[in-house]
Structures are given as structure tokens and as C-alpha cells.
Design a protein around this ligand. Sequence first.
Ligand code: PNS
Length: 178
Amino acid sequence: MAECIAVYPGSFDPVTNGHLDLIKRGLELFNQLIVAVVSNPAKQSFFLLEDRLEMLRESTREYAGRVVIDSFDGLLVHYLDKKGVHVILRGLRAVSDFEYEFEMALTNRRLCDKAETIFMAPSEEYIFLRASLVREIAMLDGDVSTFVPPNVKRRLCDRCQMIHGQKNRFNKNVTISI
Ligand code: PNS
């Protein structure tokens, strides 16, 4: 049987327990997962690319050898081609995800007819978990312990403190996209 590899792309800004749940489930189906973090210079992210990669590396250590953490820019289908992998793994949480995910899956296939997207449902407890919500909760001093692993929680606290510090220092509204 050919080696069965999938690319799990995303922003991972930051990685949440929902993403980790999907990685664990993905490894039941695939021998190897390439977790590909998008580096999108056009979109301001909360964490720098290097930090997003590092948090993923820290959080997936137990799967060493089977999970590769990487980044890409440009089109996902070009990255797939470069890697020689044509299976995309994505999580499908609620009905609200469906339109966006379906559109992406079909557009990717239009761009490259070999590109196939496999959707997996996360565990029920993560159905409504979104990285943007986690960032908002952290920025407003809420407890994110049940949403992210401890290493990510620490970095979220540091990042939020830094942003709050900048806002106070300059005594003005610093625009940070959360
Ligand atoms: O975690 P996200 O933000 O939902 O991930 C979206 C991602 C990174 C998978 C998507 O934006 C993407 O593939 N971007 C790369 C550019 C690209 O290929 N765009 C066309 C997709 S149809």
C-alpha cells in the first residue's frame, strides 16, 4: 500500500485542543500528517508564524515521526504539488463551517483535479471551539485552560500582556486583529 499522507492546513493562530483532537483522529486514518501553517503576509495574525509553528511542535511531540510541522505561502495546491501529496484534511465542526469548507474543497479541486479534501468531525466538546474565540477570551482575561494546551495558554498570556502593555504605554488604541 502506498504511504498514506495528508496535509492538514490552517492558520493555527494559535493551535487549540480542537486542532489537536483532529490531528489525533487524522493519525487513525493516515500514516503521516503534514500540518501546514499558512504564512499570509496580507492578513495580520495574532502570533508570528515562528510562534505558531513552535506551539504546534511543542503540542505534537508525542507524535514525533508521524506529524511534520511546516509552513507554506501562496496557494495550497502548489504546496501539495511540491510535497507530492494530494489529500487535504480539514475539520468540519458545525453547519456554519460547511459553506466555507465546501467552497474551499471544490475550488482546490478546480485548481488541481487530484486534490481531495477529507473532512473529519471533531469530538463534540470542540464543536464550537475557534481560535478567534480563544484569542478574544484571552485578551479579555478569561480562562482558556480548557481550550488550549498549557504551553499555548502561557504564550497567549504573554502575548496578551505585551499587547495590553503596548496599549498602556502609548495610551492609545493599538489595532491588533484578534
Ligand atoms: O485555519 P483557516 O484560517 O481556516 O485555514 C484556511 C487555509 C489556510 C486552509 C486557506 O486559507 C488556504 O488554503 N490558504 C492558502 C491560499 C489558497 O490556497 N487559497 C485558495 C483556497 S481555495
